[in-house]
Design a binder for this molecule. Structure first.
Ligand code: ADP
Ligand code: ASP
Ligand code: MG
Length: 437
């Protein structure tokens, strides 16, 4: 069985929902993961912000506007009075749930429940539409099988058991519709897999059922060789190795959630990135195969902080790096890039919630300097050290741009540069011009 995930823009209007339905009604049994309609999760975040500020009136205004929009979608989506009525009941139920959160004190738990409504509504709407079309489709409630453990990591055993149970209970369905993004945590509370997490849902399901393929359907024809939001003339990459795709996703290629490649990679399930607006386009196939001797793509990750620790005591001292890393570990802060020299070490982090405490500890070892608002530019491809010339080409592209750190050799697949955030667009364009034109 295949798992197909459709993102927010792919289900962003009644017409798009009909287009998705056309795509999936091909007689093959499948699991379909849906995001919330585009813009909805952002609006739910906005509602939560009003409620945290105890502005119930402001929140209710947005809720009313959003409900009117959904009522119009329902009117456009269904052909028959019977299904228009069912659609309106669905909308009423979920908006009543939202309004219930405006009446009492608003906590983090309420916020998680509010954010879950987008996916609950979109899946309900598409499921009803398929049923109106005579398709034997059923809902698989994600809140009953998708779960994280005490470390906030997906609980693979629980997910597999509960999902298989649900599939066995409804063996005759042709299409299983389920919510991306949402889950329960180890304590049974409603939670989510972080923004953009529907991709992660799809690959966790794929791994759990040992799917034949995971398809991520979005609004672009696959992974492009650079970020199309910042660079002109980008082009799709047809094949990527799991490791290459994981590097690109982690280092900023928004088309994939940072962690969504891992479950597919471990389960050896190919991932195909496809375009809902152009379903015949070949897209990108992510698998264990790779094209050799080629730089594939570039991505960028913002909001990076670089920390340099300079110490006379590092000279010939063993154990220095361990002590430095232990400080980051004790504050649950992961390091992205590392560069060392005889007298010091530079690292980068993206989570600065414990920066002040980390700096206090690091100062015990030497002089510490911090550069904020930096950006990691990651060049991905067959970058095995024995392939001569590739790193030189990437470096050459950066000749006009101040580079704070360079990292190469950590894997066979990437070389990373740390630059100022304000130089990001220029750096991405320069790399595209040098590497792909
Ligand atoms: P969805 O709502 O379907 O999950 P996203 O907006 O999360 O879609 O991801 C698709 C978007 O990712 C594209 O519209 C594009 O702007 C952006 N993007 C960033 N980097 C890349 C890249 N290297 N290749 C393709 N798309 C990218
Ligand atoms: N709806 C969620 C978000 O906007 C999850 C997703 O679309 O992947 O972040
Ligand atoms: Mg996305």
């Amino acid at each position: 069985m295949k798992v197909l995930k459709f993102g927010g823009t792919s289900v962003g209007s009644a017409q798009r929902m009909k287009d998705v339905a056309q795509l999936i009604m091909d007689g093959e049994r499948k699991i379909v993961v849906l995001s919330a309609m585009s813009g909805t999760t952002n609006t739910l975040v906005e509602i939560s912000e009003y409620l945290y500020r105890k502005n119930a009136e402001g929140a209710n205004d947005i809720i009313n506007r959003l409900e009117s929009k959904y009522r119009r979608h329902v009117d456009e989506l269904y052909a028959t009075d019977e299904y228009k009525q069912k659609g309106l009941e669905l909308i009423r139920y979920h908006f009543d749930e939202l309004r219930a959160h405006t009446k009492d004190i608003f906590t983090l738990f309420d916020e998680k429940a509010v954010l879950a409504e987008g996916e609950l509504i979109s899946t309900g709407m598409v499921n009803l539409y398929l049923q109106e079309q005579g398709v034997n489709s059923v809902l698989l409630p994600a809140l009953e099988y998708m779960r994280t453990d005490k470390n906030a990591e997906p609980d693979a055993t629980y997910i597999r058991e509960k999902l298989l149970e649900q599939l066995e209970q409804q063996p005759d369905a042709d299409i299983y519709i389920t919510q991306g993004f949402i889950c329960r945590n180890a304590y049974g509370e409603i939670d989510n897999l972080q923004r953009g997490g529907s991709d992660y849902t799809a690959s966790l399901i794929g791994a759990a059922i040992k799917a034949e393929e995971i398809q991520i359907w979005t609004d672009i024809d696959g992974m492009h060789n650079n970020d199309p939001r910042f660079v002109d003339h980008t082009a799709p990459v047809r094949n990527l190795h799991f490791e290459e795709a994981a590097e690109l996703a982690y280092f900023g290629a928004k088309i994939l959630h940072p962690t969504c490649i891992q479950p597919a990679k471990f389960a050896h399930i190919p991932v195909r990135l496809l375009n809902t607006m152009d379903p015949k386009a070949p897209g990108t196939l992510i698998s264990n195969e790779t094209e050799l001797h080629k730089i594939k793509a570039v991505a960028a990750k913002d909001n990076i902080t670089a920390i340099k620790i300079k110490s006379g005591r590092m000279l010939l001292a063993y154990g220095f790096l361990r002590k430095v890393f232990e400080i980051f570990e004790s504050f649950h802060t992961s390091i992205d890039m590392i560069c060392t020299s005889e007298v010091g070490v530079s690292v980068t982090i993206d989570n600065t919630s414990h920066l002040a405490e980390i700096l206090d500890e690091l100062r015990k070892f030497g002089t510490v300097t911090v550069d904020s608002n930096m950006c990691i530019i990651c060049v991905v491809g067959d970058l095995d050290w024995e392939n001569v010339g590739f790193e030189a080409k990437a470096l050459d592209a950066m000749r006009e741009i101040p580079v704070r750190m360079i990292s190469f050799g950590g894997s066979n697949y990437n070389i990373s540069f740390l630059v100022r955030q304000e130089d990001k667009k220029r750096a991405l364009q320069a790399l595209s011009d040098e590497l792909f034109s």
